[in-house]
Design a binder for this molecule. Sequence first.
Ligand code: SF4
Length: 309
Amino acid sequence: MNLYWLQSGGCSGDTMSMLNYEGNIFKLFENLNINILWHPSLSAIDSNTHDKLLQDILDEKIALDILCIEGNVVLGPNNTGLFDTFRGKPKKELIKKLSYKASYVIAVGTCASFGGIGSYDEMQGVGLQFHHTKEGGFLGKEFRTKEGNKVINLPGCPIHPKALENILYKITSKSPIQFTKRNTDKEYYNFTVHQGCTRNEYHEYKVEEKDFGERGCMFFHMGCKGPTTLAPCNKYLWNEVNSKTRAGVPCFGCTRSDFPQPYPFFQTRNIIGTPLELPKGVDRAHYLAYKDMAWAAAPQRLIKRTQRV
Ligand code: SF4
């Protein structure tokens, strides 16, 4: 299958993450029978050859099986798209043309999926088929590729390389993909960062961390969004060894459609000590009743922070 990778309003972080794939990235493409037509960090062709390649794709002389877009679609300033251009024209035009030529379109990263960084300012970044929580985005709610597929969202700032590997495997092997309501793959985005976090026991008993480097849960003071963020970080570890919460950094919800939230990352917004945002599915009245009981029942090994995380 032919794959073309286009970078738009982003920071290349997803590419960096992909290059950090635990195995050999070239071998992965080879094993999946993926032919990289163009990737800005992997391809070495001159601009004339690249222009010809693009024209051949647009003229359908070369099949475009998989289109990966990294970064949001830049509409600013004032909907002109001129903050991000290609050969003097707004890149958004190229993104639209290519999307209609592809069999599969993958939004790589949170910016491409939901808007992400630059979606709250004059850059006017939007996701390919979502703008934050709202379906539609740049291509519109009704957009389908020529094979009838919606845009596949792979959020993450940056993406987890395993989530990319997995979706490429499913596409190339024609395996079924089950989607969440945000067009993400259920296999990788249907559980929270909280699940699998090694600080879970501290969370259950509300043993709180108030500063970096302590043991304990970071939900109550440090702004951890693990319980409200659907992502594979504590299920498929990064570099197969670690995750933010395991390293003592609060999850800041980078796969969420409202990322980045317009308030400080490392603080928990609360009313008289009760977090404004509760773990997914938790009822506030029950939470209030439970939290003090939990603390009263906390084992000494947690209170004294002797339990390793
Ligand atoms: S640190 Fe975050 S992810 Fe870990 S248990 Fe606490 S709230 Fe959950």
